[in-house]
Design a protein. Structure first.
Length: 251
């Protein structure tokens, strides 16, 4: 099963302090990758867990609400590890409000980190892959709302529909450079982003009633798909968004 091995690879994972990002970082490390963790706060727990797996973890503190830090993040990663092989654009936020009352700030903040930063980080890493002449893997984190409209999250819906679209565009333009761009669309996951939903008993019950697996997903559920998309096993998969949703979209 060597085609799933990430031994000797270097992966940048944004937003990996907790939740899905941490789960993805740990899965990539278990498969053999060293990790560059990017976030606006400390990632001590993730670092300790990656180190315990015998892999290196470089912390790069940056606020991805702006694209300004991107070039410096890439420089630090290359200076430390000599190369980049994988980018996981996981960092993101959500704001909830009725569409009729939704504010411009809640629109702009979500769009900035969820789609603008995703594109320009991918662009910068693609340039690095091209310089290295090694190709590489870009994994974007989409959502069920890449396929559906949702309620009370207009900027999140717009951003995640955009992630699915630009992932296809990246594949169209960068496949000739041996770059694979794909996305993972997690279903309803037990993370910080869904804490309010899970606390709402009526809404949580409504959601679970539609999931054939009859449970909220976990970061580990997403990790295997991330390893697949980061490895040689997915070399002919490009421009696709894979739902990891317990069957939600099949219902």
């Amino acid at each position: 099963m060597d085609i799933f091995s990430l031994e000797g690879k270097v992966a940048i994972v944004t937003g990996c302090r907790t939740g899905l990002g941490q789960g993805i970082a740990l899965s990539l490390a278990r498969a053999g990758a060293d990790i560059v963790g990017v976030g606006s706060t400390e990632m001590n727990e993730t670092k300790e867990k990656v180190n315990a797996l015998g892999k290196k973890f470089l912390v790069v503190k940056a606020n991805l609400l702006s694209i300004e830090p991107i070039d410096d993040i890439i420089k630090k990663a290359v200076d430390h590890f000599g190369k980049i092989d994988i980018l996981v654009n996981n960092a993101g936020i959500i704001r909830r409000e009725d569409a009729v009352d939704f504010s411009e700030k809640d629109w702009d903040d979500v769009m900035n980190i969820n789609i603008k930063t995703v594109f320009f980080f991918s662009q910068a890493v693609a340039k690095q892959f091209i310089r290295q002449k090694t190709g590489g893997k870009i994994i974007n984190i989409a959502s069920m709302l890449s396929f559906q409209g949702g309620i009370r999250v207009p900027s999140y819906t717009a951003s995640k529909a955009g992630v699915k679209g630009i992932t296809m565009l990246m594949a169209n333009e960068w496949a000739k450079h041996n770059i694979n761009a794909n996305a993972i669309a997690p279903g309803y996951m037990a993370t910080d982003n869904t804490a309010a939903l899970r606390a709402d008993k009526a809404r949580s019950s409504e959601i679970l009633s539609r999931i054939p697996a009859n449970r909220w997903g976990t970061p580990e559920d997403v990790g295997g798909t991330a390893v697949f998309l980061a490895s040689k096993a997915s070399d002919y998969v490009n421009g696709y968004t894979i739902a990891v949703d317990g069957g939600w979209l099949a219902r």
